[in-house]
Design a binder for this molecule. Structure first.
Ligand code: KG4
Ligand code: ZN
Length: 348
């Protein structure tokens, strides 16, 4: 019995760090898909009083938090640094000063322990969160990445093969949620608050615009919608009319959801894939999940989305992505630098 235990192959353990925006996160993931720890130190309360992320404060908070967060991730996983197979880190896209904290710490850990270093694209990490929530999921599939900074349609053809079909020309979906919420005096980040408020409102109360809805147009634009909502609120205010905030939230959310659902379904049909994957913070939106689920059923497509804690920024998704880079031998070296505008599929 003891003999057999000794011969059992050691798991591949990835320690990953994520500091691209306002969460300092570290995680240990075994064999790519088994989360041993997932520690997230959120700075949301710090940024809330400014109504959004203040980059300088984010960097400073990452510096304070990163080592305790890494220590906690190792402790909760019941492993030590010497057990780790490789170290993953987000190196873009994101806030440069914030990214640099994670990248510097990961390089130092890699140098000190002589473990390989893996640079991870944050957006690819968001997509890979789905492999943690759905052990059976494999490419190919169509991914809709909807976060605070990005709105992208990506044909994931393999673990290292991504085709970007389209992205937003202006605001990201999450950014639109946050800006509208701010005007409605809801706390930052506003997405979850709009989501909750929308449940009690009428999505057909106000006809807000849907942009770029032409067939097979895979670009997005949310700035017109944002202006329309702001104008609506402003005009009502000037006329002294009372605004039904739940109706505004529901009608705004319906406009975002309609566009996202219609484009991802068209993209899946065009690329002939039968699986759709949601990724990024807005993937937690209940209206989006509900409508997409309905339409996917009609089109005989299977919908995947990560559990809520894996939708927003976390280290486990970065560890999962790093694992697949590790098994295909894609490592970084100590020249790894933060790249704030890193594109999906860019190689390091
Ligand atoms: O992926 P994420 O944590 O950070 C980025 O990489 O940008 O996404 C954060 C975004 C924020 O804009 C937040 O308001 C939005 O995701 N979000 C939501 C919901 N939960 C988070 N938006 C709509 N509905 C939600 N339930
Ligand atoms: Zn993110």
């Amino acid at each position: 019995m003891e003999d057999r235990e000794e011969k059992r192959p050691k798991p591949c353990l990835i320690l990953a760090l994520e500091t691209s925006c306002d969460e300092t996160a570290a995680s240990v993931v075994a064999d790519g898909r088994r989360i041993l720890s997932n520690v997230i130190s959120s700075q949301i309360p710090v940024h809330q009083k400014f109504g959004g992320v203040v980059p300088e404060i984010a960097s400073r908070k990452h510096i304070e938090n990163v080592i305790p967060v890494v220590d906690q991730a190792l402790r909760e996983a019941k492993v030590s640094l010497s057990d780790i197979t490789a170290i993953g880190v987000t190196y873009g896209p994101g806030l440069v000063g914030a990214l640099l904290v994670g990248v510097s710490v990961a390089k130092a850990l890699s140098f000190a322990t002589d473990k390989p270093l893996i640079g991870v694209n944050h957006l690819e990490g968001h997509i890979f969160a789905n492999f943690l929530s759905h052990p059976e999921l494999e490419p190919p599939f169509m991914a809709l990445v909807v976060s605070g900074g990005h709105t992208s349609l990506v044909h994931v053809k393999g673990y290292n093969e991504f085709e970007l079909l389209g992205q937003t020309r202006d605001d990201a979906a999450g950014e639109a949620f946050d800006k509208i919420a701010r005007v409605m005096k809801l706390p930052y980040p506003g997405g979850p608050y709009i989501d909750r408020l929308a449940k009690t409102g009428n999505p057909e109360a106000i006809a807000f615009p849907r942009a770029l809805t032409g067939r097979d147009n895979f670009e997005f634009s949310f700035s017109g919608l944002k202006s329309a909502v702001l104008n609506y609120l402003h005009s009502a205010g000037q006329r002294g009319e009372e605004v039904n905030h739940a109706d505004v939230a529901a009608s705004f959310q319906a406009a975002v959801v309609d566009v996202l659902v219609s484009k991802v379904l068209q993209a899946a049909s065009k690329c002939q894939v039968k699986k759709i994957v949601l990724a990024g913070g807005v993937a937690a939106n209940s209206g989006l999940i509900f409508k997409l689920q309905q339409q996917c059923q009609q089109a005989n497509i299977t919908l995947y989305h990560p559990e809520t804690i894996l939708c927003t920024d976390n280290g486990a998704m970065i560890a999962c992505r790093a694992y697949y880079q590790h098994i295909s031998g894609r490592y970084a070296d100590l020249h790894l630098n933060a790249i704030p505008s890193l594109n999906l599929g860019d190689r390091r």
